[in-house]
Design a protein around this ligand. Structure first.
Ligand code: CA2
Length: 155
């Protein structure tokens, strides 16, 4: 069975495509979902794509990934900069995590320069709009491939 990647989206990302296109682009979250699902299939993965405005729901989904998903891609939205609870959940679940942002958070306000999520992440993709998610799928496919026992044995 194809490995499952949980793709989580935090608060206000449901508004994509309706406001602030100069920062976040014109893609809607539904169109990003379609792109992510297609790329995941091409890379031999299954994407489980979700969005919530509630921190506790995101924490619950991360906890539930143990035993059901092989990796997590997360755009935690504003919780990126505030949530120790999401960091703790990501560290507890012990799966490879890739952090994603549509915008380049380092070109923006100072308060966006710090991410709690990064501490739990293998890596970070930001600044490429919807393409950040597609690149993160590629990075996750690579990460999962290089951590399979068969591959490790050949190193
Ligand atoms: O660039 C990103 O992906 C962010 O995670 C987006 C968050 C922001 O707080 C982070 O600093 C960077 C905000 C998501 C809000 O999305 C909206 C979309 C359309 C209209 C209004 C907000």
């Amino acid at each position: 069975m194809d490995p499952t990647v949980l793709v989580l989206n935090g608060p206000n990302l449901n508004l994509l495509g309706t406001r602030e296109p100069e920062i976040y682009g014109t893609d809607t979250l539904d169109s990003i979902r379609a792109e992510v699902e297609t790329r995941a299939r091409e890379r031999g993965l299954k994407a489980d794509f979700r969005q919530s405005n509630a921190e506790h729901e995101l924490v619950g989904w991360i906890q539930g990934a143990r035993g059901t998903a092989q990796g997590i891609i997360i755009n935690a939205g504003a919780y990126t900069h505030t949530s120790v609870a999401i960091l703790d959940a990501l560290q507890a679940v012990g799966l490879p995590v890739i952090e994603v942002h549509l915008s380049n958070i380092f070109r923006r306000e100072d308060f966006r320069h710090h991410s709690y999520i990064s501490k739990a992440a293998v890596g970070l993709v930001c600044g490429f709009g919807a393409q950040s998610y597609v690149l993160a799928i590629d990075a996750m496919a690579h990460t999962l491939k290089s951590s399979t026992p068969a591959k490790r044995a050949h190193r």
